[in-house]
Design a binder for this molecule. Structure first.
Ligand code: PAN
Ligand code: ZN
Length: 188
């Protein structure tokens, strides 16, 4: 058998499938409203939110593995509910740096949408709710959006060497946004 990767000792860790809590997570990424400047349509509404409380927007909990081919990175993504104007709280969204890498999101809690786009201009959105698995194929940028009133929690798995390319989405954005208008989810 060919042996390129270093031998790693197997491990198991606990994940609470109701809340997404991963007690052994060692990496904790936090994004507040003030980290989201430039992402929402209503920039003034975002500034008001920042001035009022600068609430926590989303968190990612990771128990890292080596970022080399063959390994699988996995994490819990927890996106809080809320709106900026009428636009639902969302993650920044990204392509993978190695763009030919896919990702699986298994939704554990909450309600939302996974919005996706390709560089060539295709757009798609898939609903997220407990028990839904969204498969993000290679080449699709992805952003999760919370349309509900509790945290949107997902377990994500992707190739550990994939990397995150935020710059292209900062420039291009997504062709559609997700709003809550009179209690209805509107993607436009
Ligand atoms: C997820 C995301 C997580 C946060 O783990 O990184 O939901 O979203 P942003 O990275 O767009 O801020 C993932 O897709 N990893 O590849
Ligand atoms: Zn990703």
């Amino acid at each position: 058998m060919q042996q390129n990767a270093e031998i790693m000792t197997p491990f198991g860790i606990e994940i609470d499938l109701e809340t997404g809590a991963m007690p052994k997570a060692t990496n904790h990424i936090k994004r507040n409203a003030s980290d989201m400047r430039g992402y929402y349509q209503d920039a003034d509404a975002l500034e008001r939110l920042i001035a009022a409380a600068d609430p926590l927007h989303y968190e990612v909990f990771e128990h890292p593995v080596p970022e080399v081919p063959g390994h699988l990175m996995y994490c819990i993504s927890k996106l809080y509910p809320g709106t900026v104007g009428r636009e639902c709280f969302m993650t920044k969204g990204h392509y993978h740096t190695i763009s030919e890498t896919a990702e699986i999101y298994l939704c554990l809690r909450g309600e939302g949408q996974m919005v996706m786009k390709t560089a060539a201009g295709r757009f798609d959105a898939k609903p997220m709710r407990r028990g839904m698995m969204v498969y993000v194929p290679p080449l699709w940028a992805h952003r999760s959006v919370n349309t509900g009133n509790e945290p949107l929690v997902s377990f994500c798995v992707y190739p550990a060497d994939a990397g995150h390319n935020y710059g292209d989405i900062e420039v291009e954005g997504f062709p559609s946004r997700v709003f809550l208008i009179d209690g209805e989810v509107v993607i436009r």
